[in-house]
Design a protein around this ligand. Structure first.
Ligand SMILES: [Zn+2]
Length: 143
């Protein structure tokens, strides 16, 4: 049984690859909210060896599943309501992501026109390849 601690409403993200919880914390914008967030690192896991877990107390509607699916669609999303897990959501690879990562190509129009949104499009779902919508530079997911 997964211990969900003090969360009344929110979500528990399980099976995060060890070491990636902080990256996900920032990419989901959790540093910008006042809610309770618990980052649990290097939890022993039979399946993964080690894993990270993120617990967030918040309105469940505010979770951006596209961002999570982009980062790692193997993460388990447990939806918590009334202190209990009421639902497990499956993540899929989003077709397009906006303003999650930036294009690394210095000649890309997004590095010149600062106000343009950073859009990446899924071009190869088998290999999980995303490319910049403007210059087709391959996305680098990991920091
Ligand atoms: Zn680009």
């Amino acid at each position: 049984m997964l211990n969900i601690g003090q969360i009344e409403e929110g979500f528990v993200l399980d099976h995060i690859r060890a070491g990636e919880s902080l990256d996900i914390y920032y990419k989901l914008g959790l540093d910008k909210i006042d809610n309770t967030v618990a980052i649990i690192k290097n939890v022993r896991s039979d399946k993964m060896g080690k894993k990270d877990i993120l617990k967030v107390e918040c309105d469940v509607e505010m979770l951006d599943l596209d961002v999570l699916g982009f980062i790692d669609h193997n993460i388990t999303v447990n939806v918590v309501k009334g202190g209990k897990i009421v639902e497990k959501k499956r993540l899929t690879l989003p077709k397009e992501i906006v303003n999650v990562i930036k294009c690394k190509n210095p000649r890309c129009i997004t590095s010149i026109e600062q106000e343009l949104p950073h859009i990446f499009v899924l071009t190869d779902s088998k290999h999980e390849v995303y490319r910049c919508k403007y210059c087709e530079e391959k996305a680098v997911k990991r920091i």
